[in-house]
Design a binder for this molecule. Structure first.
Ligand code: HEM
Ligand code: HEM
Length: 216
């Protein structure tokens, strides 16, 4: 099992992120205002943010221009994710208001609200953490490592809470597809499990104590 993960894990992860987010997006996109919510949210968290998080975990071990390129890739994926999350949030919030329904009444909506707030906060820490943007170097050096640490943790929690919100939503009666909904839940859980596995693997490789010293 672990040999399969070593050799094919990343490819399976990419396939699951792309396939599952597109499956959710197209199964609910019907031109209604509501339809934009699941579609945009699946692309935001399951495609862009999950892929962006994997990129970030993997650039821990890189140096120099390779690391800078990977951070730009991470920042671009996460910015796209945040953009889709804003559209998805706007779609559901205004849809509920238009239909006179109360807001934030389910476990999905609690997790979703938390994931959305975190997705707004996380890029701020990311922008400060990226030395190239010039904000980090304006702060005393003893704050650099804690700032990066906070961004890493906020970023990780954002992605996992987002994936949890998707799992909770998939069996909601508005989007229920029978056995397909449970299969999609399994795919989302597999994405979360691979991310968690990679995080643990890279943490034990102890790349982090150096990260505040890296030149970008
Ligand atoms: C991480 C991604 C997601 C986030 C952050 C999120 C966020 C939210 C929030 C905050 C609400 C409550 C809005 C309000 O009360 O005004 C909500 C409602 C809803 N969402 Fe999502 N959502 C996500 C993904 C999905 C997906 C993938 C689906 C469907 C497959 C979905 C289906 C629904 C439905 C049916 C509602 C209305 C019922 C309820 O409030 O629980 N959501 N979502
Ligand atoms: C919702 C938006 C974002 C999320 C969810 C997110 C998530 C993450 C995660 C999970 C990590 C840590 C991976 C690990 O454990 O090593 C990370 C690291 C990082 N991110 Fe982000 N990120 C976001 C936005 C951004 C943006 C916009 C930038 C840059 C402009 C950025 C720059 C960085 C940098 C520089 C690191 C490495 C910090 C270090 O040296 O330890 N992030 N991000």
């Amino acid at each position: 099992m672990s040999a399969i993960l070593e050799t094919h894990g990343a490819s399976i992860f990419h396939l699951l992120c792309i396939g599952t987010s597109l499956a959710v997006a197209f199964s609910v996109l019907d031109g209604s205002r509501f339809g934009y919510h699941p579609s945009c949210m699946a692309l935001a968290y399951l495609l862009f943010m999950a892929e962006g998080a994997l990129t970030a975990i993997k650039f821990r071990s890189l140096e120099g221009p390779e690391r800078t390129t990977a951070i730009w890739k991470h920042a671009s994926l996460q910015s796209l994710g945040v953009l889709f999350a804003i559209i998805g949030f706007y779609a559901i919030y205004t849809n509920k208001s238009i239909h006179g329904k109360p807001h934030f009444t389910s476990y999905h909506s609690y997790a979703g609200l938390l994931a959305f707030v975190l997705a707004i906060v996380a890029p701020l820490g990311g922008a400060v953490s990226f030395k190239r943007l010039g904000l980090l170097t304006r702060l005393p050096q003893q704050h650099w490592a804690p700032i990066k640490y906070v961004h890493r943790k906020v970023g990780q929690v954002t992605v996992f809470v987002g994936l949890l919100a998707i799992v909770l939503a998939l069996t909601h009666k508005a989007v229920y597809l029978g056995i397909v909904s449970y299969l999609l839940q399994l795919c989302v859980l597999a994405v979360a499990a691979y991310l968690a596995h990679t995080l643990v693997h890279f943490s034990s490789a102890s790349m982090l104590p150096m990260s505040s010293q890296k030149p970008n």
